[in-house]
Design a protein around this ligand. Sequence first.
Ligand SMILES: Cc1cc2nc3c(=O)[nH]c(=O)nc-3n(C[C@H](O)[C@H](O)[C@H](O)COP(=O)(O)OP(=O)(O)OC[C@H]3O[C@@H](n4cnc5c(N)ncnc54)[C@H](O)[C@@H]3O)c2cc1C
Length: 462
Amino acid sequence: MLDEKIKQELIDIVGSENFTDAKIDMVSYAYDAMGPKGNPDCAVWVTTAEQISEIMKLANREMIPVTPRAAGTGIAGMIVPFQGGIVMDVMRMDRILEINVEDRVCIVEPGVVYADLQKALAPLGFTLPTEPGSSIASAIGGNVATNAGGLKGAKYGSTKDYVLGMTVVLPDGRLMKTGTRTMKTSSGYNLTQLFVGSEGTLGIMTEIILKIVPLAGATATGLGLFNSLEDAGNAVCRTMSSGVIPSVMEVMGRYLIQAINENTDLKLPDVDTMLLVETDAYTQGDADMQMEKVIEIFKENNAFEVTLAKTPQERADLWAARKSTYPVSARLNNSILVEDVTVPMSQLARLFREFGKIIEKYELKVAMCAHAGDGNFHPLITFDGRDEEMVEKVEKANDELFKLAIELGGTLTGEHGIGIVKAKYMSLEHDPVAMDMMRTVKRAFDPNNILNPGKMALDNDD
Ligand SMILES: Cc1cc2nc3c(=O)[nH]c(=O)nc-3n(C[C@H](O)[C@H](O)[C@H](O)COP(=O)(O)OP(=O)(O)OC[C@H]3O[C@@H](n4cnc5c(N)ncnc54)[C@H](O)[C@@H]3O)c2cc1C
């Protein structure tokens, strides 16, 4: 419970219309999009950097935890306020401050929804090509703080590749500018990138400078059908080393395909594995030429059928199938766990094969999908969360998946972040010296540990 005096100070800073400690709001702010529950004392909707600065000075003085939050679509527990305190909602800071095509940059506040930015950029022939699956809901502040990736990562990389600079409020309330609006800089430590993927543990971004790129004018979209995930994994690996880089390579496995067919009208082929592929270029001829090469490679790797989307509707249907993945999987049982381990491309088929053995061992139902073009695997484990034995099996399978990914030279998370959910696995990937340096950085920015405490294993000493 928040002290009445502190509550009044917060109201004085943001106004009573931007403060809440109503129970119903506290329930909403207790969760992210996936599950674990926290216990916030209050939430504030901030609208200016100055307000954020005043709140941080107050929180730092009173040692109150502050959890920054954007659209709330995170799925690693990073916006869950486990230690109570203030949830700082940035979604009312939603202005696109500048789009400058000549400089190829835009400057936005953190609450701008990704899809809204795209709508503003498209008429100018430009894009921010990161496209997370949550594009219609998630916001740029959240995307930067998680280093979000997405459907086009194979060709266009992830959010880190587009962040040039930012303005941040530090935990003690000071404002700091990092980076520049130039296409390159070698000036000093790269503080900008330190904040990318920092999950709201180092400071609160109030303005973000992003690089934008021209829209590709033409695309070709195809669907490869395979008898196994492993064949599809091999096809992806061969394609990515062939000289052609498709903009999209999305794998979907049997259980997911069945779920899509049972819950939509999309009528996907009843097969073991599908591989959705898209090439893009400035001219149709170039996109088609790349696609021809991809089809050849798919066939060499046991695709028994490859079809091309011939109309915009056929293309839209294939995309709708891929984008329905989370909603349809969420209907398969009362609980779901989504992971996003990522491995080097050469290890993708092996990851599919070995994970297949893990799910067989624990008799689990898993909707398999992957942003396969960048080695990012998304198994969606669906299970009955009331069944203790089942929960234990899911946890064991999860442990084994993380160990496997690291053994294959991979990473715990390609885009969703660590949060609380993966915090206990951090030392699998990062050696003790690296963990020590991360904790040292956290302490340098936030000696009182008030900003998003308990996340990314930064508080632990192991
Ligand atoms: C259906 C679905 C599909 C998804 N698909 C993808 C996908 O394809 N790729 C992907 O990467 N993720 C995906 N996600 C996960 C999620 O959408 C991303 O992690 C996204 O980047 C979170 O953005 P958000 O605005 O919801 O941020 P939130 O969840 O609100 O916050 C995320 C993190 O950002 C921090 N933060 C927010 N604002 C600020 C700020 N101003 N300053 C400092 N820190 C801040 C928070 O503290 C938190 O640590 C998906 C989620 C769902 C539910």
